[in-house]
Ligand binder design. Structure first.
Ligand SMILES: [Zn+2]
Length: 390
């Protein structure tokens, strides 16, 4: 059976109403992170897993922050589909209650409708349809609902890795759009540049060295900085964001210190060491022109390495074939954002991110998801999984 026939069969068993009922219950249960309180979904998730005939394992670093792994089958290879149960706070500007979901014009509205409860409901409905269809498979499917994605995954996917959860492949339906799958993510390095000067009276700035002005000479190039480094061209060039600046003590004192905090995003092919060295070279070049410049590069305080799934990976192949057979336009791209797909990839598990989004409705007020997109994704993801485990 080819991917088209499998997708058609799965689609014929997809129960839209059941999927929406599950989604409504998920949204009605408030799991705003912080604090998360994902345990409030305990009965809902267990029931959903029971309906898949899954063996359930619960891994919790904190009992109020559970992670559910529903296993279906026991052979090889294994594919996990992982959605998170927590949501960001509602914020302002909602026209209706954020936790009282409703359907209007083919969309479901409510906090989490897209991110990530819509995906959780769609992946569940897709897998349920696959099981009901009677299509046989040899491998293992993990249907997962995790905690703590919006605040760094310490209690979520990071903890699953610590506990040794290791599927062969993972699908993270939490980034990208309906027609764009994310196969790689840039790395990030956050660090300070510390500029030192010489204090003097504000009335005689010529007697001091102004650390703020020296720092500004360096950062003025950063708007479009050319790192002049080779990298994997499936990524966009490295970027610098000058995120924070602080320095000086008073208007009438020449500033002797200034600190600039950077967020550098960089592709595969470039390393953190190369970024820091490039920064030091830039400082040295400036020193050649102005001997009073004294700027030092601080420690990296936040660090994410870049990753990309190999082009010949079975996961990408299955995704490509299935989308094509289903007539869904799909590009495979890299991103500068960071999702839990990175945690999987850096732990040796190829993971692709994809989502039902087509309207950039992430984290907005009146968050919504198109029901058609949920249905398409439910079939697509279940078929991709089937293509790998069959
Ligand atoms: Zn999310």
């Amino acid at each position: 059976m080819n991917a088209k026939e499998a997708a058609d069969k799965i689609r014929s068993y997809l129960d839209r109403e059941e999927m929406l009922n599950f989604l409504f219950t998920l949204i009605e249960t408030e799991t705003v992170n912080p604090p998360g309180n994902e345990y409030l979904l305990h009965e809902t998730i267990l029931k959903s897993m029971r309906e898949l005939g899954a063996e359930v394992e619960i891994l919790s670093k904190d009992e109020k922050r559970p992670n559910y792994i529903g296993r279906i089958g026991s052979g090889e290879p294994s594919v996990a589909i992982i959605s998170h149960m927590d949501v960001v706070p509602p914020g302002e500007g909602w026209t209706q209650h954020p936790f009282q979901p409703y359907e209007k014009d083919g969309k479901v509205y409510g906090r989490g409708a897209l991110d990530n409860k819509g995906s959780l409901a769609a992946s569940w409905a897709g897998i349920k349809a696959l099981i009901k269809s009677g299509l046989k498979f040899k491998g293992t499917i993990y249907f997962c609902a995790v905690s703590d994605e919006e605040m760094g995954s310490t209690y979520g996917v990071e903890y699953l890795m610590e506990r040794g959860f290791k599927p062969d492949y993972a699908i993270v339906p939490d980034s990208g759009t309906i027609d764009k799958a994310i196969i790689g993510e840039k790395g990030a390095a956050w660090f300070d540049l510390e500029s030192y000067g010489k204090q003097s009276h504000g009335s005689t700035p010529e007697l001091g060295i102004n650390a703020i002005i020296k720092a500004s000479k360096l950062i003025q190039n950063f708007e479009k900085f050319d790192f002049n480094l080779e990298y994997d061209k499936r990524f966009t060039p490295p970027t610098i964001n000058v995120g924070m600046i602080s320095g000086g003590n008073a208007p009438n004192i020449v500033a002797s210190r200034c600190k600039v905090t950077l967020d550098v995003r960089y592709p595969v092919g470039i390393t953190e060491e190369m970024i820091l060295k490039r920064m030091i070279d830039e400082i040295n070049a400036l020193k050649m022109k102005d001997k009073d410049v004294d700027i030092r590069v601080g420690e990296v305080t936040t660090r994410h390495y870049p990753h990309i799934v190999e082009n010949n990976s079975k996961l990408i192949e299955a995704f490509k074939d299935t989308a094509h057979e289903m007539g869904m336009p799909m590009s495979f791209e890299t991103s500068a954002g960071i999702t839990v797909a990175k945690i999987f990839n850096l732990n040796g598990i190829p993971a692709i991110a994809h989502s039902p989004d087509s309207d950039m409705a992430w984290h907005i007020s009146d968050e919504f998801v198109k029901i058609d997109n949920l249905e398409k994704c439910a079939v697509l993801w279940a078929t991709v999984i089937y293509e790998i485990v069959k």
